[in-house]
Design a protein around this ligand. Structure first.
Ligand SMILES: NC(=O)c1ccc[n+]([C@@H]2O[C@H](COP(=O)([O-])OP(=O)(O)OC[C@H]3O[C@@H](n4cnc5c(N)ncnc54)[C@H](O)[C@@H]3O)[C@@H](O)[C@H]2O)c1
Length: 390
């Protein structure tokens, strides 16, 4: 990121470009936003989740001249008011994480859409929403799916979410992971990372999935795979990371043991059916920051963390900078790419151009002082020919 920032400071590829950005307001995001400003952009920032803002970072950004509209714990009305304030910037570019800003722009703020030349989307759930919008014929400008870059999902989703989800649950509860039965709902890239880290801490990991190949992969990675109705009866800690709704539903909640902990790390707070939990509960009390105890029938207690919002950002600090730098390098380079290629981009969801993905990998290696080999001309010829065999 530092290398990109130094280049942006000289070349100013975003000179005079207005950007509305909706991202988790963390120190890593601050670094991206300052890089874009260094590149000449006029940027307004708002939060992409009501509980993920680091208030000190928001305050520091305002001091640095970046209008930042975000307060940790803001209610839904304030959250959308902040998105609308960011859109008052009449953006030429949008940067989104979860597609709340883009969906507001396409629905309630379509007045501001005419000036937009393109946008980027950071996360799996946002890309899913944008592809649905594209399929329905409603997408109004080109968007690059940053999430789908290899230098994003293989590292941010896997190692970033893996480590920071465990971190968030640990900070919220101070539990011992060793010996616990940890049920992970969803074995995508984030699920891979969480499972790997929980296993490393000595937990017994159980995976639930709906997709057969991923379920099989989990089996061969050494995890127990079973339906959630079975896992619900034995799990000590449940983590949803499926990008789907009511993954843990009322029927599962009714099967859980006294003392079970529920956490979500997926983008939205819909993965655990919280209204059903509220309905089952006879009482509820907050026993620690980010820990709500629900008392159910038979004096059973279930513990919901971070109000079901992504626990790594609610109770911890999100991903470490040294993995977010790759995601945000993709963001910065894709925004530059959109400005340079404005004329020839069609209205659709694009993957990250391969040259950008490879450049981010190269820059990351360079920043780590790691050299790799290069193909010899003989090897290049061999790999591009069909004649040579045994
Ligand atoms: N907390 C964070 O910082 C963070 C970071 C990156 C992504 N995310 C979010 O995490 C979620 C998952 O992202 P991903 O990249 O791993 O997605 P992914 O698409 O790679 O994986 C999701 C997996 O969940 C499975 N799934 C769907 N419904 C299910 C169900 N009912 N039960 C069990 N499994 C189910 C899918 O088959 C898939 O294998 C998304 O919402 C994404 O936006 C969060």
């Amino acid at each position: 990121m530092k290398l990109i920032r130094e280049r942006f400071a000289i070349e100013k590829p975003l000179k005079g470009i207005r950007i509305s950005a909706c991202l988790h307001v963390t120190t890593e995001t601050a670094n991206l936003v300052l890089t874009l400003k260094e590149g000449g952009a006029n940027i307004v920032l708002c939060a992409s989740n009501p509980l993920s803002t680091q208030d000190d970072v928001a305050a520091a950004l305002v001091e640095d001249g970046i209008p930042t509209n975000a307060i940790k714990g803001e209610d839904e009305e304030t959250y959308y008011r902040h998105i609308n304030t960011a859109l008052d910037n009449t953006p030429q570019l949008t940067v989104d994480d979860g597609a709340d800003l883009v969906s507001t722009l396409h629905t309630k703020r379509s007045d501001s859409i005419k000036t937009v030349i393109g946008g980027t989307e950071e996360t799996t759930t946002g890309v899913v929403r944008l592809r649905s919008l594209e399929k329905a014929g409603g997408l109004k400008y080109p968007v690059i799916a940053v999430n789908d870059a290899q230098t994003k999902y293989l590292f941010d989703n896997r190692y970033g979410t893996g480590q920071s989800t465990i971190d968030g649950i640990t900070r919220a509860t101070n539990i011992l992971w060793a010996g616990k039965k940890v049920v992970i709902c969803g074995y995508g890239w984030c699920g891979h990372g969480i499972a790997l880290r929980a296993k490393g801490l000595g937990s017994q990991v159980l995976i639930t999935e709906v997709e057969p190949t991923r379920a099989l992969e989990a089996v061969m990675d050494g995890f127990q795979v079973m339906p959630l109705t079975e896992a619900a009866k034995v799990g000590d800690i449940f983590i949803t990371i499926a990008g789907n709704k009511n993954v843990i539903d009322k029927a599962h909640l009714q099967l859980m043991k006294d003392g079970a902990i529920l956490a979500n790390s997926g983008h939205f707070n819909v993965e655990i059916n919280i209204p059903a939990l509220e309905g089952l509960a006879q009482s509820k009390r907050r026993i620690r920051p980010f820990v709500d105890e629900y008392t159910l029938d038979n004096n059973r207690h279930l513990y919901l963390l971070g109000e079901g919002r992504l626990i790594n950002l609610a109770a911890a600090e999100g991903h470490p900078a040294s993995v977010m730098d790759m995601s945000f390098a993709n963001q910065a380079l894709c925004l530059e790419y959109i400005v340079k290629n404005e004329e020839r981009l069609e209205i659709k969801v694009y993957p990250v151009p391969e040259e950008i993905d490879k450049q981010v990998a190269r820059l990351k290696l360079e920043s780590m002082n790691i050299d790799i080999d290069t193909l010899t001309s003989e090897q290049e010829k061999y790999l591009s020919s069909w004649e040579e065999g045994t």
